[in-house]
Structures are given as C-alpha cells and as structure tokens.
Design a protein. Structure first.
Length: 183
C-alpha cells in the first residue's frame, strides 16, 4: 500500500510521515529528493527557484506525473520489504492517478491542512529549505494554479488539520494509523 501526504508547504507533510514511519506504519520515501538530485545534476544552486525550475523541466519533459514515474522503481523495491510506503509528497492529481494505475489502486492520500500564518512561521525557521513569506505566497500560487493542489486535497482519503503543536499532530496520526492504516 502507498500512503501519500498532500498539502501546501509547511503543512507538516514530512513531519507527519516521519512520525508514521517511527511508529511502524511504513517506510518513508521523500519524493522531493528527486528534485534536489535534479538540481544538483543540472549544476544549479540549491534553493526554491531552482527546485521549481527542475520540477517544471521534469514535468515538461515527461508530463505532470513525472515525479511519480521516476519514483516508481524505488517504491516497488521498498514494497518488496515493507507492507506500506509513505510518500512525501504527492503534488497533483496526475501523480495520484499514476500511482493508482501502476500499483493496483492501493493509494491512500492523507491531506494535511494548516493555516497560512502558521505555515509561514514554520517555514521561516525550518532548518532545511526555509521559505520567506514572499516565497510561500509564490509557491502557494504555483501549487494552486499550475499543480492544482486543490484537486489532490479534495481527493484525499483522510484529512488532518495541523494547527496545533507536534503532540496534537502525533495524537491525530496515531488514531488514524490504528483505525485505518495498519491491520
């Protein structure tokens, strides 16, 4: 089974999936690593603008599901040793459709929703890949207009509102895992 997190930057996708991995729900896979490797391959400086360029180039070359296509071999290998793989993250509906078609419909989408102000605060102090408020506004516009993130969020099987502290998130995730994600 694939469990993919969806949500805007700073919603807590990585935190949520890493916690689920820590409690034994599945094996963590960071899809964003595809983009950071592409930035490095192109010899570009790491940062939001070059990450966006790399993502756009991959999608222009291989369609909106490009990241899912690139991730597929790794996901298949991980599923050989783990019953569930946690994908951080799914960004558009084409990726969801690709995963469902290629993995026999075994995709669960977990949406994380967080108020803009809280996301901006979190991202400003994030040690890896911090974003300014201005960068976050631009990224939200891109994810809404180009990626149509709303379609993925609307297609989610489960939604967690992540406006509290880490303990609140972990409690919500433990309940979700026990009720719906593990046998």
């Amino acid at each position: 089974m694939l469990i993919a997190a969806a949500g805007f930057a700073g919603a807590g996708k990585s935190t949520a999936l890493r916690h689920l991995a820590s409690i034994g729900v599945g094996d963590y896979h960071y899809a964003g690593g595809i983009v950071t490797r592409e930035v490095a391959r192109l010899g570009l400086e790491a940062g939001p603008q070059n990450e966006r360029r790399a993502r756009d180039d991959l999608r222009e070359k291989d369609g909106m599901a490009a990241l899912a296509k690139i991730a597929e071999p790794d996901l298949r290998a991980r599923l050989q040793v783990a019953p569930r793989v946690l994908i951080d993250a799914i960004c558009n509906i084409e990726e969801a459709e690709y995963y469902r078609a290629r993995f026999g419909g075994t995709l669960v989408i977990l949406a994380l929703q967080t108020k803009f102000e809280l996301r901006a605060t979190r991202l400003a102090v994030r040690p890896e890949r911090p974003l300014s408020v201005h960068d976050l506004i631009r990224r939200d516009a891109y994810e809404t207009e180009t990626l149509r993130m709303d379609k993925v969020l609307n297609a989610a099987d489960f939604t967690i509102v992540n406006d509290g502290d880490i303990a609140d998130l972990e409690t919500s995730l433990a309940r979700l895992a026990k009720a719906h994600l593990v046998e």
